[in-house]
Write a protein that binds this ligand. Structure first.
Ligand code: KIV
Ligand code: ZN
Length: 570
């Protein structure tokens, strides 16, 4: 490739030394126009059929789009029929304007007016290509010729609108696109746009949409922003126009180009869900809307049912939403790395504590969770799916899953021990550990007695009896089963644990308790208790876990769990 790059020339920067957009911020949502059913559809291997287009249209309305480009009705019978179906079956909700695309050519414009009869709110979107390259290699004309095409089309559209409105009660608005705007000299873009505004009779009361497409993304996003600011500042009739962006994603920077274009003065955006569209696609409106949302700006679009939207999109287009797609991908709210999991867990806990302390609902608290730019719940995802475990994971994620799924609050050193066990298994078996597998590993390691079929321990116990010796100590009698044989063992100590350890010592089983923690697992009379005990057995340290309705039994089980683990480790 070393030689190959010589055939490419860098894009010439726009001369705009006093550009103002870098200091701007976006404080309100633009008007969104979905072009899924046109630009998106025309780019599909198998374009949508009528039924799919209608379903997609309805989903766009549910999301909250008020402007939807439904197709290019003069281009084909199918496109024509789809528009007719929407109008004839009264499927366009009040408040939604359908937009139709047409080339600046007389017979196509006439056919488009036929197609819209009966519609109440329409945007007629006409375009012709203006770029330096296309003028030279496709149209063999100069800028004057290109301006003339646009002016003729504008004149015809204005006349046909008058005729149409004389017959029907309809609101017709106009949109003009100098197609391939990003490859057009900015001075020429201004000239053609001003001429079109004049020809269409645009006024501050009847603004015309000037759509300035990044038809092919040719440079870094700041260049597009410069082009937009240049046009906004040099138009004679800026107050008669709504400046609209229509970015494509050839360089993978359509989202950035759109955001910088909005900072540069645009007030409307055309794009598609998940960025479907010609070549590398159009700007992704879902991505843009949620970027705004994450900055505290209401995007006026609702993506709270992201999974449903994704399903409709995938069924209708036959395209897949990538697992790492911003906000929507299956893995984007998932942390595998241990340090990330730990930080997320702590962030979520901290938010809950702060919300409790302030007496407010968690949903109303300021979102401050490391690694999660938005609350997954806002787009219909759950926290449970956030943390997933593989060989990269550390203790935080595993502890989080055990707490959220099973109510177990493991002490820190037990978390470390357990994560080593999980890592050992994932390293040797590879892949992800599901919450169910994680629980299996945990019970297999610490709670074998819970499942008699998996009983691997040397010890278990049947019963425990506790009585006071009268001098402040307790006599503990335990029926201990060792290798299938039951033994009564007794010890006197400071409480049941101490007594049990003494009783074990009588049998030359040396256990030293280093740490102890317990908590209730469930609420109510039949609540369960969990007990975690760190034991020194011989020269090694083992944690044991016990779960039982009685806290005494839970703690004795925890010691037995540690003893059994030591036995297995030999
Ligand atoms: O990308 C483009 O320039 C277009 C125009 C028709 C607006 O789709
Ligand atoms: Zn396009």
């Amino acid at each position: 490739m070393r030689q190959g790059c010589r055939k490419y020339k860098p894009f010439a920067p726009i001369a705009l030394p006093d550009r103002t957009w870098p200091d701007k911020t976006i404080t309100q949502a633009p008007v969104w126009c979905s072009v899924d059913l046109r630009d998106g559809n025309q780019a599909l291997v198998n374009p949508m059929n009528l039924e799919q287009k209608l379903e997609f249209f309805q989903t766009l309305c549910e999301i909250g789009f008020t402007e939807i480009e439904v197709g290019f009705p003069a281009s084909s019978e199918t496109e024509y029929e789809i528009l007719r179906a929407l109008i004839d079956h009264d499927l366009i909700p009040d408040g939604v304007t359908v937009q139709v695309l047409v080339q600046a050519r007389e017979h196509l414009i006439r056919k488009t007016f036929e197609a819209i009869r009966g519609a109440k709110n329409v945007i007629i979107h006409f375009y012709n290509s203006t770029s330096t390259l296309q003028r030279r290699v496709v149209f063999h004309t100069d800028m004057e010729g290109v301006i003339q095409i646009a002016v003729d089309a504008a004149r015809l559209i204005r006349r046909l609108t008058e005729e149409h409105m004389a017959k029907e009660d309809v609101d017709i608005r106009y949109e003009y696109s100098p197609e391939s705007f990003s490859g057009t000299e900015v001075e020429n873009s201004v000239r053609i746009c001003d001429r079109v505004l004049e020809e269409l009779g645009a006024s501050p009361e009847r603004k015309v949409i000037l759509n300035l497409p990044n038809t092919v993304e040719l440079s870094t996003p700041n260049t597009y922003a410069d082009q937009i600011e240049y046009v906004c500042r040099h138009l004679k009739h800026r107050d008669c126009a709504i400046v609209s962006l229509h970015p494509h994603n050839d360089r993978g920077t359509a989202t950035a180009a759109t955001e910088l274009g909005l900072m540069a003065g645009a007030e409307r955006v055309e794009g598609t869900l998940f960025g479907n569209g010609e070549r590398t696609g159009n700007a992704d409106i879902m991505n843009l809307a949620l970027n705004l949302y994450s900055q505290g700006v209401d995007p006026n679009l609702d993506f709270s049912h992201m999974n449903h939207i994704k399903r409709v999109y995938e069924e209708c287009t036959g395209m897949k939403v990538h697992q790492r797609h911003p906000y929507a991908g299956e893995l984007v709210f998932t942390a595998f790395s241990g340090s990330h999991q730990d930080a997320i867990k702590k962030g979520l806990e901290r938010m809950q504590n702060d919300a409790d302390a302030a007496g407010i609902d968690l949903a109303d608290a300021e979102w401050r969770v490391p690694y999660l730019p938005i609350d997954p719940k806002d787009v219909g995802r759950s926290y449970e799916a956030v943390i997933r475990v593989n060989s990269q994971s550390g203790k935080g994620g595993m502890a989080y899953l055990l707490r959220t799924e099973h109510g177990l609050d493991l002490p820190r050193r037990l978390q470390i021990e357990f994560s080593g066990i999980v890592q050992h298994r994932t390293d040797s078996e590879g892949g992800e550990v599901t919450p169910e597998q994680l629980w299996d590993v945990f019970t297999d390691e610490y709670l074998p007695a819970a499942d008699p079929t998996r009983r691997w321990g040397r010890y278990s116990f049947r019963d425990v009896h506790q009585e006071s010796t009268g001098d402040g100590a307790d006599r503990i009698t335990v029926s201990l089963v060792a290798d299938g044989e039951e033994h009564q063992i007794t010890g006197i100590g400071n409480g049941p644990l101490d007594g049990f350890v003494k009783a074990l010592a009588e049998r030359q089983i040396d256990v030293r308790i280093l740490d102890y923690a317990e908590h209730a697992l469930t609420e109510g009379d039949d609540s369960l208790a969990a007990s975690y005990i760190e034991c020194e057995i011989g020269e090694r340290i083992f944690w044991g876990v016990g779960i039982d309705g009685s806290i005494t039994r839970a703690s004795l089980e925890a010691i037995i769990s540690a003893l059994n683990r030591e036995h297995r480790a030999r």
